[in-house]
Design a protein around this ligand. Structure first.
Ligand SMILES: CCCCC/C=C\C/C=C\C/C=C\C/C=C\CCCC(=O)SCCNC(=O)CCNC(=O)[C@H](O)C(C)(C)COP(=O)(O)OP(=O)(O)OC[C@H]1O[C@@H](n2cnc3c(N)ncnc32)[C@H](O)[C@@H]1OP(=O)(O)O
Length: 237
């Protein structure tokens, strides 16, 4: 991750700024003191989380603590989540203040707690698995009372994409193939499990299974191909 962040910083310094920042770059003098504010981690519990969501969060969170009792020495790691990917960069608070933009991460732009995508991801330190606990809010309706297939696809892409980023560095989704097996009731909590199946040069193949929280029902199964790309290609368009 450190090398990704280093590449991001170098890209920002060495390349023209990304097109989405057009007209939005503000000189640093307008920023009062960008180091002060911490980005808000949106993957932490909030009052909208159901009992099931909290229990499952605790289940994985407890496995982030090792036998020595130290946070971070367990087999799993909770991944922070922000409303802009730039906030991931070390000093990301600064970067996201300099490169101001109205663009927001699609799954993190519904501000009413519980109304949209509530989720938290954990990655296994050995990196072959990434898990997401997802509570689908009422604004994600597709068929009456159930989650829109596009919202589910967005979550699958996000979990596989995050997993791929941690394993491979910067990537783009080249192919995502989804089989919807059972509709997901609105308001319910489901588990998405991403698996790294294979790596072949720039290509990384992932699968994902979406199940009910108790694992008894399979909602969706998917396969995805991600291709490694340079940061300058992402940022430079
Ligand atoms: C900015 C700061 C970022 C900081 C991040 C840091 C931490 C963040 C942590 C976590 C968060 C991360 C993300 C989570 C959130 C969301 C994830 C969302 C991801 C997306 O939502 S992303 C948008 C949708 N995505 C696109 O918008 C892609 C459009 N597209 C392209 O940009 C190009 O198409 C590309 C790059 C895919 C490939 O282009 P290219 O030129 O690099 O490669 P090329 O075409 O030469 O193919 C090379 C070999 O791949 C094979 N190949 C290619 N495409 C294939 C396909 N579709 N099926 C089967 N095989 C395929 C070829 O057949 C060849 O194979 P071979 O070598 O064997 O011949």
């Amino acid at each position: 991750m450190a090398s990704i962040l280093c590449r991001i910083s170098k890209t920002l310094v060495n390349h023209r700024l990304p097109p989405f920042t057009k007209g939005l770059i503000r000189p640093m003098v307008t920023v009062s003191w960008p180091f002060q504010s911490q980005p808000r981690d949106l993957s932490l519990p909030n009052p909208s989380w159901s009992k099931e969501m909290l229990q499952h969060y605790e289940l994985y969170n407890s496995q982030c603590v090792g036998e020595d009792g130290k946070e971070g020495s367990g087999p799993w790691r909770r991944l922070p989540s922000y409303n802009r990917l730039l906030k991931f960069a070390t000093g990301g608070v600064l970067l996201s203040k300099i490169i101001q933009s109205e663009a927001r991460l699609f799954t993190r732009n519904i501000k009413i707690p519980g109304a949209g995508f509530e989720y938290v991801m954990f990655i296994k330190k050995s990196q072959e698995k990434c898990v997401c606990i997802f509570q689908a809010g009422h604004l994600l309706e597709g068929p009456p009372g159930h989650v829109h297939g596009g919202a589910t696809a967005a979550m699958i892409d996000s979990v596989n994409g995050t997993h791929a980023t941690y394993v491979c560095g910067p990537v783009m989704t080249a192919n995502l193939n989804i089989n919807y097996r059972n509709p997901i009731p609105l308001g319910s909590t489901v588990v998405l499990e991403s698996t790294l199946d294979q790596r072949e040069g720039r290509k990384a193949f992932f699968s994902c299974i979406v199940t009910s929280i108790d694992g008894s029902k399979v909602h969706v199964e998917s396969k995805a191909l991600f291709l490694s790309i340079s940061m300058s290609r992402i940022l430079g368009g």
